[in-house]
Design a protein around this ligand. Sequence first.
Ligand SMILES: Nc1ncnc2c1ncn2[C@@H]1O[C@H](COP(=O)(O)OP(=O)(O)OP(=O)(O)O)[C@@H](O)[C@H]1O
Ligand SMILES: [Mg+2]
Length: 251
Amino acid sequence: MKIIPVVTQKGGVGKTTLSFNLAKAAADVLKLRTAVIDLDGQANVSMSLMGDESIKHCYTNGADELFGTGAFPEPHKTTHGIDLFHGHAQIDRIDHDDEINDRVVLTTELRDRLRKLPYDVIIVDTPPAIGLRHMAPLYWASKVVIPMIPDSDSLIGAADTVAALKIAANVNKGVKWVTVLNKIKKSSKSHKEAITFVRDEYRKELIAELGDRVPVADSRDNDMPQAVWQYRGSPGALRAEWLDFCKKVLA
Ligand SMILES: Nc1ncnc2c1ncn2[C@@H]1O[C@H](COP(=O)(O)OP(=O)(O)OP(=O)(O)O)[C@@H](O)[C@H]1O
Ligand SMILES: [Mg+2]
């Protein structure tokens, strides 16, 4: 069983898009038993998987209940063949619970319980903010995906996430991590400079450089969200690029 969170403090860099595509690749292409944990109060990946915006206001049986000491909540069985522990607008109620915080950062109890769930892979989507729901998955992960866009704010967010991961690695020994550049604009001079920096800084961890492409946004932003490689409007090379990225992460 692998737990793969997509984490960085910076907003809008593609965490949810990557999480959704990783889960689809795991379930549809690799035929793995797959679950998604949505720790974001925006509940974006939950809405995509359920095809229903009302999930955001369903405050019971959500991913926050994974943090308790009682039985785990029952996941939703989505039509994607992916189980979902959903996020919702009140999920931040766990952020300032000292008991939960201690259990997350001082013990491997939650990680060990999660790893016993009957899945081959669990993808975790996270909120764009520092705090418990950003840190906890770093303590659970087998491999962390850190996305960044080539601008300085995003690179600072990624560096802070790497620093947090190194702290978590004291408890979560052997955790691996990779980085991915996303939403690259070919014609941008500042992007070019940032990419040169990232290639050097993350020589070993950088596994993909994904462009800013309309079909990527369109594939998820419709009534029937699809993976990039399943979307009618995606050109062949783009499909191959996204599938290749997902397979590398899931390997
Ligand atoms: N490679 C890409 N090309 C074009 N658009 C993209 C790409 N990746 C993500 N997007 C779009 O960028 C926007 C932000 O992406 P997404 O919601 O995945 O980011 P996020 O990091 O989860 O944001 P948040 O921090 O708010 O949770 C979305 O509209 C998404 O469709
Ligand atoms: Mg998101």
